[in-house]
Design a protein around this ligand. Structure first.
Ligand code: ADP
Ligand code: MG
Length: 357
């Protein structure tokens, strides 16, 4: 009896092994087919007052884009300071007291505070009161000097408190303070977009979200790597200033050429110097930061744009970050590590490249 069972079992194992081999072969075949059947899909959506474009290669690319876009929508609901229902609006409305928030919001504010400290306060998410008096997003205008001075007292990331207790998360900004996560929220959304893309088994994706370009996978359209154009920092010029080849990561660009208003012939952009309360911008027209973390890239590009040309060139020279800075003399400064990555297509008319390092 035992022998019979043993015999039967041996037969079963053999069958099982054969079946497993067939299944594995079929799975491998399917994987190969799936690789070849991957299709591309491109579309543009609108979130956080900004267009977001997707170019995705995957077996079901429309579905992959929907999953990626849902991740952005979720962030938008949490971080939109112009929507009274968002978590950030609740934190601002309750300034001076602890407000319970989701883990997501807690982690983003925590990242923002860390990066504010790292950039010496040039990136500061508590510029909200200053953004308000300049009317960005609603009614842009130059405020009175006294208004700026009054609002400046509410800037200071050191007054933001975070608390985690029994699995619950709390954020508190100082009395009168207002969080503005506009300089980090898109980077955070792209972090979530990448997670969604990877979860969906996406082969490659290029996602461009208001100056932040996320690259997922090993390269687009079967290429090794990606070609990314850095915008010429002038209005109405759509030709890139230069094109670089990258293997992945994110490129985040901050500049004053896209979101700005003019008053009495002067251009005022949406990036604020947290120390003066004035709009940033001078000789430095744009700065692009290249790294793996979209949140970091977003914050650093904003911070260096505020710091200005000299500090940015010092940072590029010392290898503090990998990136590109373009100045008003049409010089494109690139960090040494990128020197071999500039595409031969050439630069925009009148622009020249200088390697820093
Ligand atoms: P964009 O949002 O156009 O990609 P940035 O990433 O540079 O550009 O972020 C600019 C936004 O960040 C502003 O619209 C504002 O919401 C916020 N902001 C402005 N100045 C600062 C600053 N010094 N530190 C942190 N956030 C800022
Ligand atoms: Mg930024």
């Amino acid at each position: 009896m035992a022998g019979k069972v043993f015999f039967r079992l041996r037969i079963s194992w053999k069958k099982l092994a054969a079946a497993a081999a067939v299944v594995l072969a079929a799975a491998a075949g399917t994987m190969i087919c799936l690789r070849y059947r991957a299709k591309t899909f491109a579309t543009v959506r609108f979130h956080m007052d900004t267009f977001i474009s997707y170019y995705v290669g995957s077996v079901l690319p429309e579905r992959t884009v929907d999953a990626m876009d849902k991740a952005v929508e979720d962030c938008e609901d949490l971080f939109d300071r112009f929507s009274a229902d968002s978590e950030i609006s609740r934190v601002n409305a309750n300034a001076g007291t602890m407000t319970e928030v989701s883990e997501e919001t807690y982690l983003l504010v925590e990242d923002a505070i860390k990066l504010a400290a790292e950039t010496g306060g040039y990136f500061d998410p508590t510029v909200g009161k200053i953004s308000d008096i300049w009317g960005f997003g609603i009614d842009p205008h130059v405020p009175e000097k006294e208004e700026i001075a009054a609002a400046l007292q509410y800037v200071g990331f050191g007054r933001v408190m975070l608390e985690e207790k029994n699995g619950q998360y709390y954020v508190c900004v100082g009395e009168g303070q207002s969080l503005d996560l506009g300089g980090i929220a898109k980077g955070y959304a792209l972090r979530k977009v990448r997670e969604a893309a990877e979860k969906a088994g996406c082969r490659f994706a290029v996602v461009s979200f208001g100056g932040n370009v996320l690259l997922v996978g090993a390269g687009h359209d079967g290429n090794d790597g990606f070609s990314v154009g850095i915008r010429t920092p002038e209005e109405n010029i759509t030709d890139p200033a230069l094109i670089i080849s990258l293997e992945g990561g994110v490129v985040s660009t901050s500049g004053g050429y896209e979101r700005f208003f003019m008053e009495d012939g002067v251009r005022y952009c949406h990036i604020i110097d947290p120390f003066t309360g004035n709009c940033a911008g001078g000789d430095l027209l744009s700065v692009s930061v290249i790294c793996d973390d979209p949140v970091r890239a977003d914050c650093l590009s904003t911070a260096y744009f505020v710091k200005g040309l000299d500090s940015t060139l010092d940072a590029l020279a010392s290898g503090e970050f990998s990136g590109i800075a373009i100045d008003s003399d049409k010089v494109i400064y690139i960090s040494e590590d990128l020197a071999g990555s500039v595409a031969p297509e050439g630069t925009a008319d009148g622009y020249r490249i200088e390697v820093v390092g």
